[in-house]
Design a protein around this ligand. Structure first.
Ligand code: ADP
Length: 871
């Protein structure tokens, strides 16, 4: 059934128009989608080209020469590039398809108009006749009524008139005849118009309308045909199974298939083939013990009362390890052989048929046999140590153990020179040195009681008089000692030991070793400090003598303190003895104490600081508002958690070490460090507004552009100063800046800073603030001040976005990827154009194209000036 017979009604005609409108809309939608698809495909082609280019950035140096895998990869990437080009071509063709759709839509619109006009035209004639019939009918009715009335009148007059004549009757007759004539004429017109209407209606229904509809159907069907062809074309350009792609895929498969594991290293092995390596020789260095009388023998274990427990423990551990190795081997063999251990401990192949299966089975056998060999080696190595210890213990048998503890030997064993290599011996010894000094002191009532309680006066041996007690003033107490070259006779000094050790000017608390080494510059310079090892506190005498030497103060069984010489009741006395006697601390080191080095200005005492309230939480511990007892100054104090390992504590103090040398209004100031006891602390100026990031977020409504620019200028001033000092901050971000009164910004948090022109990170990049870090630092670990410039750009963005998170909605790795392909964050709302331009300059991919802080400062300063003048 076609349009001509089925769609004649008015409703069908209207529905056909509506349908055509809908089709036009569908066509528009298709056009938009195909346009979008073309755009997507183009972008995909661009990304794919980038992927291929990235993939081709491979090492072309000699190392991979002859490698099939490298060659295949290159071909693979080339094919990817072809694929990208094909995608691009197809995308362009899709755009042509879109144009065709546009034309079709225009034609269809015209056809719709023509149909409507034609339909209206033929319908108009019929409508006109219909109206005519109605009109004629009403005329007919009107004349009929007139005729009837006149006829009645005429009949009345005719009856009444006696002679059937008269003027009145003639008049009525005349009117009656006229009306009769009119009626008959109207009747005829009515009849004619009905006849015409019948004819026109018949033609409309049987000829004109069907003709129009039939034509319309054929027009619409031809549009559909064109439409279908266009869609077919569109689909064809998106067909991923098209021959072109198949060919590319086939070539990729072929190049990858050409990788052959057995040939991969052929050329390489040929090039580097060498004869097997000669064994390394490990020999006991006899010179180590040439000065040590008796007990320590080369390549022989020493068994005595100092070592026997340790040896037994070690033996147990090693035997356990041997058993462990054996069990693991048995399990492995059982597992591979399907649960049945085999007598000779070998692995039997259980075979597999498929080629992949054979390969993976072969690999897994190879791996298991390698693991098994590794376990056997481990077992053998441990067994060797077990035999050696057993043999040594057996030799001693039930005899009383030799004492390792005659005075000379004890001292030799307990002094640590140039490092803490005797740790194990110390902690396992049965004699008192095994206990840390602080533990020992605690056991006997604590350091303070012990040291305070004595109240001794210690006189220089060679100087009989005077025995003046040392003043409690800190100022240069030891420094008042005259140089040794001067007559000893003229030097008279005495020592009062009734103060705690930590009050001595030359006691530096837990100052890290790097700092200690920095303080001791000339032979004979010395200081005393504390070190915490394995949660045990030890007091160490550090001396500059042919390098730096560190001696642990030993505690005797009676609770006295000593090095190689006689014991003393307090550490102060021991140190004074060494100083006055001019005897070497140990014979081997020859180190003589000449000049005590006192605490520096910034080495505060923990008791100088009163912590008031917590104001923040840092990476290492809480941050407090505090008061300096001496000056009543409000300060900020960063504390370091006691439980952190030494390495972390050193890192914590790094910030203090760096800050110590800087003095700039936009760099947070260091007041001191407290390392006399735990927790170690860094004391800094208190910056009242706290962290910039929090400040921005809290005050997002009240900040003016002028204030934001001022913040940028402050940060640039601080960074300009740091750059001039060759300091790379490495963690510049709003969270690491502080805000003071008047919105002034200070750079803080120097935990990651380095004082170098260029700093290359080699130990992994675990805690890197990725979204703030320049690409060259992320990709190659290379840090310069220009990396700080990149971070400064992000800081500017944070300031203008009032504390938003950069690259929000992206993970670190996504942000990194996008930056590498040229993406940069858009400008935050209401940022002055020049400031955004500056941000973009800071984010130049090539570090050398970024401005230095000097330039940044000048630009921001000039912009502020301009702004101020314009108001
Ligand atoms: P960390 O370097 O250990 O991560 P931060 O320097 O980030 O520690 O300090 C943590 C928080 O303590 C900061 O966000 C800030 O709120 C507060 N804070 C740190 N230093 C000061 C200071 N000098 N004045 C005021 N508040 C500070």
């Amino acid at each position: 059934m076609g349009f001509s017979s089925a769609l004649q009604s008015r409703a069908a005609h209207e529905a056909l128009i509506v349908r055509q409108d809908a089709e036009l809309r569908l066509m528009e939608t298709m056009k938009r989608s195909i346009q979008m698809k073309a755009k997507c495909d183009k972008e995909y082609a661009i990304s794919l080209t980038a992927v291929a280019q990235q993939g081709l950035k491979i090492d072309r140096a000699d190392e991979m020469q002859g490698s099939l895998i490298s060659k295949s990869w290159r071909s693979y990437m080339d094919e990817l590039d072809h694929q990208a080009k094909q995608f691009k071509f197809n995308a362009e063709q899709l755009e042509v398809v879109c144009d065709k759709l546009t034309h079709l839509s225009q034609d269809k619109r015209k056809a719709r108009k023509a149909y409507q006009e034609e339909h209206a035209k033929i319908a108009a004639r019929l409508n006109h006749l219909t109206d005519e019939v109605v009109r004629k009918k009403s005329e007919y009715q009107k004349h009929l009524e007139g005729y009837k009335a006149l006829r009645t009148r005429f009949e009345e007059n005719y009856i009444k008139a006696p002679s059937r004549s008269g003027r009145k009757l003639d008049d009525v007759r005349d009117k009656y005849q006229k009306a009769c004539r009119k009626l008959h004429l109207t009747h005829n017109e009515y009849v004619l118009s009905i006849t015409e209407a019948i004819e026109v209606e018949k033609d409309f229904r049987n000829v004109l309308l069907p003709g129009l509809l039939e034509h319309q159907q054929s027009v619409q069907e031809s549009f559909i045909l064109l439409w279908r062809n266009i869609l077919q074309e569109a689909a064809q350009y998106g067909d991923l199974t098209a021959d072109k792609y198949k060919e590319i895929q086939k070539r990729i498969d072929t190049v990858i298939g050409s990788i052959n594991p057995t040939e991969e290293y052929g050329e390489f092995t040929e090039k580097y083939k060498t004869s097997p390596t000669t064994p390394l020789l490990f020999q006991f260095d006899e010179t180590l013990i040439q000065d040590i009388p008796g007990k320590l023998q080369s390549s022989t274990l020493t068994v005595d009362n100092l070592t026997v427990d340790w040896l037994r423990n070690r033996l147990q551990e090693l035997e356990g390890a041997v058993r462990d190795c054996q069990e693991k081997q048995m399990k492995m063999i059982e597992h591979v052989n399907g649960g049945s251990p085999v007598a000779n401990g070998s692995i039997i192949s259980n075979g597999s048929n498929t080629s992949n299966g054979i390969q993976s089975n072969k690999d897994s056998l190879c791996r298991q046999s390698k693991d098994l060999n590794a376990l056997r080696c481990q077992e053998k190595q441990k067994q060797k140590l077990v035999d050696m210890i057993k043999c040594a213990l057996n030799e001693v048998g039930c005899e009383e153990l030799p004492s390792g503890c005659d005075d000379d030997l004890t001292l030799e064993q307990n002094f640590i020179e140039n490092g803490y290599n005797n740790e194990q011996q110390r902690s396992n010894s049965t004699s008192s040195p095994g206990l840390g000094i602080m533990n020992e002191l605690m056991r006997r009532g604590g350091v303070l009681t012990l040291l305070r309680g004595r109240g001794r006066h210690f006189k220089r041996k060679s100087t009989p008089q005077p025995a003046t007690p040392m003043t409690r003033s800190r100022q240069g107490r030891f420094n008042k000692l005259q140089p040794r070259s001067q007559s000893l006779g003229s030097l008279s000094i005495s020592l009062s030991t009734n103060r705690p050790l930590y009050e001595e000017e030359w006691f530096h608390g837990v100052l890290p070793r790097e700092e200690v080494v920095r303080l001791l510059n000339n032979d004979g310079d010395f200081l005393v400090r504390e070190t915490i090892r394995n949660e045990e506190s030890q007091i160490v005498l550090s001396v500059c003598w042919n390098g730096h030497k560190h001696f642990i103060v030993q505690t005797t069984g009676e609770g006295n303190f000593r090095f190689e010489g006689p014991p003393f009741a307090s550490i102060q006395e021991l140190i004074m003895h060494q100083y006055h006697s001019e005897l070497p601390v140990t014979v081997k080191s020859g180190a003589i104490l000449r000049r005590p080095v006192c605490r520096e200005r910034w080495e505060l005492s923990n008791d100088d600081v009163v912590l008031l309230e917590r104001i923040g939480r840092g990476n290492f511990g809480d941050v407090y508002k505090a008061k300096l007892k001496s000056t009543k100054l409000d300060v900020a104090v960063k504390t370091c958690r006691m439980t952190l390992p030494d390495e972390q504590k050193r890192k914590f103090l790094q910030e203090g070490r760096i800050l110590k040398q800087y003095d700039h209004p936009n760099i947070v100031k260091l007041i001191g460090i407290c390392v006399q006891k735990q927790p170690i602390m860094i004391v800094m100026e208190l910056v009242l507004g706290g962290s910039l990031l929090t400040y921005l977020r809290k005050n997002s409504n009240g900040l003016t552009t002028r204030q934001q620019m001022g913040m940028c200028r402050d940060a640039a001033a601080g960074m300009r100063y740091l750059e001039s000092k060759n300091c790379i901050h490495r963690d510049l971000a709003a969270r690491n800046c502080l805000v003071d009164l008047e919105h002034s910004v200070k750079i803080s948090d120097f935990g990651m800073s380095r004082e170098e022109e260029e700093y290359i990170v080699s130990d992994g990049m675990k805690q890197i603030p990725v979204k703030w870090t320049a690409p060259e630092a992320l990709n190659f670990g290379k840090y310069t001040s220009l990396c700080d410039v990149w971070s400064y750009g992000i800081l500017m963005w944070e300031i203008f976005s009032k504390g938003d998170t950069p690259y929000s909605g992206m993970t670190n790795s996504r942000a990194r990827e996008r930056i590498d392909t040229g993406y940069r964050m858009p400008t935050p709302k209401s940022t002055p154009e020049e400031m955004y331009r500056l941000m973009l300059q800071c984010w130049a991919a090539d570090a050398e194209s970024r401005p230095h802080f000097d330039e940044i400062y000048n630009v921001v300063d000039a912009l502020i000036l301009r702004l101020d003048n314009s108001h």
